[in-house]
Design a binder for this molecule. Sequence first.
Ligand code: ADP
Ligand code: MG
Length: 293
Amino acid sequence: MKSRVIQDEPEPTDLIDAPAATGASHEDKELKMTAIAMPAAEADGRPVADTANGSVVAAHELSRRYGEGETAVDALRGVSLQVVPGKLTAVMGPSGSGKSTLMHLLAGLDQPTSGEVTIAGTSIGKLNDTDLTKLRREHIGFIFQFFNLLPMLSAEENVVLPLSLAGEKLDRKWVDELMKRIGLAERSNHRPSELSGGQQQRVAIGRALVSKPTIVFADEPTGNLDSKTGGEILDLMRNSVDTYGQTTVMVTHDPRAAAIADRILFLADGVIVRDLGRTEAHEVIAVTEELAR
Ligand code: ADP
Ligand code: MG
């Protein structure tokens, strides 16, 4: 998959129709998701959240078991939640607690063993592949820890890739604004290899925002960056929530990152063990320590 995406430039439909991988490595999975999770654009205006039931994405009693028999792993064991529109939600928890699994399920990139995910009012378990892809394109943006940019494309081409794949017309003004907002207007023609890690992640954020999706998921977006660069990325994430009302769910290990969130969910062993509002970094650390006991 990886080499095909990069070397052969397959047709968009080729990428979009790729079946969901189970048991794939994280890297493979993330590349695949970059390719297939491209949301489509609203014709104009700001992100439009389906607020009919007060939530844009909801999970009901989600469970996810990997493998079978004695070696089976229960990554999620009954998670229910409603994502609050227009807010930044942080997801914390120790390594292996099920954070990435939860993000993949909420984004419709993986299927639960049991339970239900609703995206913008649609229960996605009943959708066929084509309809699910369409729904994802329209409603979901995804930011990965390792950026997952396409190396042969420029910064701007990477940012607008979701629109290109969907055959959408470019809104020049919006793309220019976005390139400025992510601080890459002067470097729009640079390839990822010519950019720093922080700049590459900003490209990835632009790519997630370009379609004005209903919701953006970020899985440890600062996990591969130094502290100062990570801080800039967090500012940008917060900024997109405040400026565009961009509903965002962000997995993080960093109490400082969680402290910019409006809500913090703590996962442990595949269940939500805390659900807090705005919380300062030192309190986040205290809760983390308490849960580790
Ligand atoms: P986190 O993101 O919090 O570190 P994950 O959701 O990646 O946690 O993983 C939760 C649990 O599920 C871990 O025990 C992990 O080893 C397991 N797991 C994750 N993905 C797979 C997979 N594709 N196959 C088997 N086990 C997996
Ligand atoms: Mg993870």
